[in-house]
Design a protein around this ligand. Structure first.
Ligand SMILES: C[S@@+](CC[C@H](N)C(=O)[O-])C[C@H]1O[C@@H](n2cnc3c(N)ncnc32)[C@H](O)[C@@H]1O
Length: 407
């Protein structure tokens, strides 16, 4: 019996073109996330949990501390860590299972699943599929008052010198708050009159293409906390309109934490124009109240987003969020667990489909800059995604995690 299988072998033998190390740059890794760690001496992977990370004194690259059942906690270079997307986790699991079955040519009753390496990794990958980050454990977000731009946005205009919009100070009448069911939200701390301008939606300006890439990443990550922070706006270049995104997932102010409601008390106003360079005009996104808002009321916007499973309960289509609202993994784990040897061909087809999705996402990595890498390595906890009147995202992107029992 061939018992010397490693994940490397498994990928190779199944003829998959998956560069697992690349994936770390395309999906956020958080502390306590489940990862696969490569033992640099043996080249084998073990299941592990991210414990801490940082830059070791005198070294130029980031290292992480991991905990695994097999080894003591240790510092390892970040590029030895692989956190597959949840649906990739199921593909890895499927590949292992297929390879083990193939290598020993046995039926379902074989002892191959007793192999300690297989069992440890399979357990690990199953946990990966059940990835459910908790909103309440989130650290307070950091805010700033200025926009910034991504390389993809600069590329649209070089060699022009861009004049970024001015600083937008936080309005004194609003504050950030948090609830277990909705995560962060914005509330008033004083009465706000109708038509009050409460500030500009701050973010990182990105090209439409980059916005698409980040949306794809959000989908591919299958993160149940999948949140949307990109607001699309218009840029008028020599009289022609083009779309750009303002991504507030990382670079943001309070306003990106305003939740959606079907009957909102605020609106996004794009009538203020800002001249970035001669002939290049940006439509700024200002948030304004559309009703009088009493002290201690939540500020709400209509995202006008198709497919949002809205929890605001203001219309018949909305409901209260519950556990079922989480996005389900795209790959059917139960199917994989019940795999039969004689269904091997069909399963291989399943794998190709999923892999295609993943490759599409990873292949766009070059458009991302150093800023992105920092974010993707878990420095921030938020997922990149988007909300806007023009975006249509499948329902599974808008899932929640808790019910409202704590409110
Ligand atoms: C810009 S964030 C709002 C702040 C968010 N509560 C947080 O903690 O980061 C937008 C995300 O919040 C969630 N959300 C906000 N309002 C919602 C609503 N009425 N129904 C469902 N999801 C909502 C969705 O996941 C959406 O992608």
């Amino acid at each position: 019996m061939a018992r010397d299988l490693t994940i490397h072998h498994l990928f190779r033998e199944a003829d998959f073109k998956i560069d697992e190390r690349d994936c770390i740059f395309s999906t956020p890794i958080r502390k306590t996330d489940l990862v696969l760690v490569e033992n640099l001496t043996t080249g084998r992977f073990v299941a592990a949990e991210m414990s801490r990370w940082g830059v070791i004194e005198g070294q130029t690259f980031t290292k992480v501390i991991f905990k695994s059942t097999e080894m003591e906690s240790d510092w390892i270079p970040l590029n030895a860590v692989f956190r597959p997307y949840p649906h990739l986790a199921s593909l890895v699991f499927l590949t292992m299972r297929l390879e083990v079955l193939r290598s020993i040519s046995c039926g379902d009753t074989c002892e191959c699943t007793d192999d300690p390496e297989f069992v440890a990794l399979a357990e690990h990958l199953k946990k990966q599929l059940a990835f459910k980050p908790k909103i309440e454990s989130r650290p307070d977000p950091e805010f700033c008052n200025e926009d910034t731009h991504h390389q993809s946005y600069l590329n649209l205009f070089l060699p022009y010198l861009l004049n970024l919009p001015p600083i937008s100070e936080k309005h004194e009448g609003i504050a950030l708050d948090h609830s277990d069911s909705k995560g962060f939200f914005v509330k008033s701390v004083q009465q706000l009159e109708k038509d009050t301008d409460i500030g500009r939606y701050i973010g990182q300006y990105i090209s439409e293409e980059e916005a698409d890439r980040r949306i794809k990443l959000g989908k591919a990550s299958n993160d149940r906390e999948c949140k949307f922070y990109i607001y699309l706006t218009n840029l008028i270049v020599n009289g022609e309109e083009m779309t750009v995104g303002i991504d507030a997932a990382i670079h943001r102010n309070h306003l990106c934490m305003i939740n959606h409601a079907c009957k909102p008390n605020c609106k996004a106003d794009t009538t203020t124009k800002h001249i970035l360079a001669p002939g290049i005009v940006l439509e700024l996104v200002n948030i304004k109240t559309i009703t009088k808002i009493e002290n201690n009321e939540e500020l709400l916007l209509n995202y006008n987003m198709d497919g949002l499973k809205c929890w605001c309960s203001m219309t018949q289509n909305c409901r209260i969020r519950n556990q079922e609202d989480w996005a389900q993994p795209t790959c059917n784990l139960r199917k994989i667990l019940n795999i039969k040897t004689n269904t091997r061909k069909r399963k291989h087809n399943d794998v190709s489909e999923g892999q295609e999705t993943l490759e599409n996402v990873c292949s766009d990595r070059n458009t991302s800059d150093a800023n992105d890498n920092a974010n993707d390595q878990g420095i921030q906890s938020s997922n990149h995604s988007s909300f806007n009147r023009e975006l249509t995202v499948p329902e599974s992107q808008f899932s929640g995690e808790d019910n409202r029992k704590n409110e």
